[in-house]
Design a protein around this ligand. Structure first.
Ligand SMILES: NC(=O)c1ccc[n+]([C@@H]2O[C@H](COP(=O)([O-])OP(=O)(O)OC[C@H]3O[C@@H](n4cnc5c(N)ncnc54)[C@H](O)[C@@H]3O)[C@@H](O)[C@H]2O)c1
Length: 252
């Protein structure tokens, strides 16, 4: 038996990085997964080897109507929803003075509105299945500030506390739905590659980020995926409203 055998998951931001690694791990442990992303073609090609275990859909997490459609597709296709992983996110490295209102709203729309809408509509579907697990991707940047991360810090800090509110609401209602946040440090994904490419000396920038991690390396997608798998599975039945830090000791 896999650790999430028979469960149905919806993963956002599924075409890349942590979302893609999570889809692969959930499928390997027995789940069927709806992979939602703006980049549906990329998602289709990433998961074509997984056959009918993965169903790729276009989902813009900032759009309320996309969420309503996505949940309907999950229920029509697999009949239930047990796991929701809100991984879609964007990074913006700008300090508060350099951040335009447009920048601020764009980062908030994807990282915070997208997670809010996922929780809101995910709960509706999970209630029908008698429970479930919601996992929200925050960041160490949702716990500690950075001088050049104004909008990102605010959005990821928002995800941290939204998660706790959702967890308490679901517990109070007796829905059997748990909600937890995950807080990685820098992880080797296309998001990090894009960040390093903006540095004058990408190799030096990578070395500098690595020096901030006591365990002496950057994170890997599987480091985060395995935590998500634990939170998605019944092994974490007594864990809700928690913030799971995966940072090689960086914030310690
Ligand atoms: N990689 C890191 O170092 C790191 C560290 C801490 C937290 N995180 C968080 O983890 C999550 C995943 O990051 P990643 O590194 O896998 O990033 P990534 O850039 O590799 O993948 C993000 C995915 O989200 C999708 N996406 C962007 N906007 C979207 C939208 N409006 N609707 C639907 N999909 C959208 C993109 O198409 C992409 O496939 C993000 O929330 C990120 O903030 C990442």
């Amino acid at each position: 038996m896999g650790r999430v055998e028979g469960k149905v998951a919806l993963v956002t931001g599924a075409a890349s990085g942590l979302g893609a690694a999570t889809v692969a791990l959930l499928v390997a442990e027995g789940a069927r997964v709806v992979a939602g992303d703006l980049e549906v073609e990329k998602s289709l090609s990433a998961f074509q080897g997984l056959g009918d275990k993965v169903f790729s859909i276009r989902l813009d997490v900032t759009s309320e109507s996309d969420w309503i459609d996505a949940i309907e597709k999950v229920l029509n296709h697999y009949g239930r929803l047990d796991i929701l992983v809100n991984s879609a996110g964007i990074l913006l490295m700008k300090d508060v003075e350099a951040t335009s209102l447009e920048d601020w709203r764009r980062v908030s729309a994807v990282n915070l509105d997208g997670t809010f809408l996922g929780c809101k509509y995910g709960i509706g579907a999970m209630k029908e299945a008698g429970g479930g697990s919601i996992i929200n991707l925050s960041s160490v940047s949702g716990l500690v500030g950075g001088h050049n991360l104004a909008a990102y810090n605010a959005s990821k800090g928002g995800v941290r506390l939204l998660t706790k509110s959702v967890a308490l609401h679901c517990a109070r209602k007796g829905y059997g739905i748990r909600c937890n946040s995950v807080h990685p440090t820098f992880v080797e994904t296309p998001m990090l590659d894009a960040l390093l490419e903006t540095a004058e000396d990408p190799a030096a920038a990578r070395a500098s980020l690595t020096r901030q991690v006591p365990l002496g390396r950057l994170g890997r997608s599987e480091d985060v995926g395995k935590m998500i798998l634990y939170l998605a599975s019944d092994e974490s039945a007594f864990v809700t409203g928690s913030e799971m830090v995966i940072d090689g000791g960086a914030t310690a």
